[in-house]
Design a protein around this ligand. Structure first.
Ligand SMILES: [Zn+2]
Length: 342
């Protein structure tokens, strides 16, 4: 019988200090050339082992081979000049110096496919692979070529679809698209955001997920969250469209957030990755706290469709904290599994 409440993480895990400086985003690599390739693979093995030891069911690479969840993918594409940088506002929240789109974007070769094959060789557990979503990609660039957010998103969707098909062929069970931008640009989500996401998953046989969150626990994000009021109803804007979409799984932030749990009702029928681990604090949840969040979610999602997860990636956390949180997630899910079995 298939295990119910299979656990997973949203994606990233902290990197070892010998590979990259810990607890920062865009941390530069500490190794070069062949040593870097080998170091990334070793880090991936460690990240996988930590997930397995914690009892995580659907495992990932912990994003050990990428510097950043959006930038690394874009770095491998043609048409984007990383030397030519402009300052833009990311998700209407913070300024960052970003690369410029200078010509037609294209993917000449696979980006993560070798890494995914490597992960596939290491485990027989189901594996999940994260890619940035089209809308989040365009929001991390200055576009001096298409001069249209929508046009660029469609181009990226085509490129993502090429990569996703090769990841599927490499044995990935779930391909996840990270779309934190879906919590910000509501009109665009409904006009073309969900449509471009569906273009990215066109023709895939494996399961597909979209991860929509309130971001890493960095200051720009925690400051933004303070402005959102006591009820975070952002999901209300995108859920009706997502409910009707072809995406299989929706990954959400639920632990310690001000998201009213009943919003999940709006995506009834979809599988839901319920974030039951807060990534914006070093405090490790107890198993009971995790179980509580899952029980609340069970009011709005059928047990066979509930996938306990983390709110977001854990890259910026200390490693011991991330490990503790993985164990808490497993233990909390097990409590609820026992209850459901009774
Ligand atoms: Zn996230």
């Amino acid at each position: 019988m298939k295990k119910i409440l299979p656990t997973s993480t949203a994606g990233s895990l902290p990197k070892p200090a010998w590979l990259a400086e810990p607890e920062v985003l865009w941390s530069p690599w500490k190794l070069q050339d062949d040593a870097l390739i080998e170091g990334k693979q070793d880090a991936l093995r460690v990240a996988l082992q930590e997930q397995l030891q914690a009892g995580i069911d659907i495992v990932s690479d912990g994003e050990q081979t990428r510097q950043h969840f959006v930038t690394t993918f874009i770095e491998h594409l043609e048409g984007v000049d990383f030397e030519k940088r402009e300052t833009v506002r990311i998700r209407n929240r913070y300024d960052a110096s970003v690369p410029t789109v200078v010509g037609a974007v294209a993917r000449q070769k696979p980006v993560f496919v070798e890494d995914a094959k490597f992960l596939r060789q290491q485990t027989t557990q189901p594996i999940k692979w994260a890619l940035p979503g089209p809308m989040t990609m365009i929001d991390t660039l200055y576009d001096n070529h298409y001069k249209s957010r929508e046009k660029l998103a469609w181009e990226f969707a085509k490129i993502l679809n090429q990569e996703a098909k090769e990841l599927e062929a490499a044995g990935v069970d779930i391909i996840q698209f990270d779309e934190p931008a879906f919590n910000v640009f509501f009109d665009e989500v409904n006009d073309w955001g969900v449509a471009t996401l569906e273009r990215a998953i066109e023709g895939l046989q494996c399961e597909t997920a979209v991860h929509i969150c309130y971001g890493y626990g960095i200051k720009a994000n925690t400051d933004w969250k303070k402005t959102l009021g006591s009820q975070w109803r952002q999901y209300e804007e995108s859920f009706p469209k997502l409910q009707q979409s072809t995406i299989d799984i929706v990954s959400l932030e639920c632990q310690n957030s001000h998201v009213p749990m009943d919003l999940i009702e709006l995506i009834r029928g979809k599988k839901v990755m319920v974030g039951a681990i807060d990534v914006a604090t070093n405090t490790i949840e107890t198993a009971d706290e995790v179980a509580n969040t899952l029980r609340k979610a069970l009011q709005f999602v059928d047990a066979d469709k509930l996938y306990p997860s983390t709110n977001c990636g854990m890259a910026p956390l200390p490693r011991a904290v991330a490990r503790g949180k993985l164990h808490a997630l497993s233990a909390g899910a097990e409590i609820v599994r026992q209850e459901l079995a009774r």
